[in-house]
Design a binder for this molecule. Sequence first.
Ligand SMILES: Nc1ncnc2c1ncn2[C@@H]1O[C@H](COP(=O)(O)OP(=O)(O)OP(=O)(O)O)[C@@H](O)[C@H]1O
Ligand SMILES: Nc1nc2c(c(=O)[nH]1)N=C(CO)CN2
Length: 203
Amino acid sequence: MSVPFTPGPSDPTVQPVPASVVEKVDAADSTLSNPKRAVIALGSNLGNRLENLQGAIDALEDTPGVRVKGVSPVYETQPWGVEPGTQPSYFNAVVVLKTTLDPSSLLERAHAVEEAFHRVRDERWGPRTLDVDIVSYADVVSDDPRLTLPHPRAHERAFVLAPWHDLDPEAQLPGRGSVADLLDAVTRAGVAPRADLELRLPE
Ligand SMILES: Nc1ncnc2c1ncn2[C@@H]1O[C@H](COP(=O)(O)OP(=O)(O)OP(=O)(O)O)[C@@H](O)[C@H]1O
Ligand SMILES: Nc1nc2c(c(=O)[nH]1)N=C(CO)CN2
């Protein structure tokens, strides 16, 4: 006759689970049942810029735990932060996601998508096939340099604020205020909508 095995308090194979692990598992459970909204900025100024942005959107959608909910219009923008005339112009766009990934897993995925498009990191603000930045993740505010939330420069970049405002005119940047007000405060010079181009929301 077999007797069902029920580990008792004296079973030496049962180890206590550290509180830190319980906390992590609980946090993951709550994210799973409650997907978070994240805003992603995409940029490309090398190669086929529109295809690179579309490829990034499709790769994000193909990620387990990520759903792309909205895609902004495309903007053609002059490179920000570098000597004028030293780099090709960018195509920029913003996408809104719902995700069950935590912020650091989403960043890992963003980096993997950049790498799939042969992104080379040699100089700060150097030209790139693809840049995938996390602009905001729910209302999380963090100054961790590995993942600063919201993105530390998003509030001063018309190439992020203009497409985001088109996609969601009521958007708020946590800790900074409304995207509409932030957009009023920056110059839109060199940031032009490309109404002739369109990015697809994955089906
Ligand atoms: N919100 C964020 N989104 C993406 N990367 C971030 C964020 N906060 C911090 N980082 C860190 O910044 C590092 C550099 O990122 P990246 O090479 O994309 O910078 P960049 O696009 O050249 O410049 P910028 O940060 O001004 O957009 C990344 O390795 C990442 O760990
Ligand atoms: N116009 C424009 N300029 C930039 C961009 C970008 O996406 N668009 N990204 C940068 C680093 O993230 C630096 N400069």
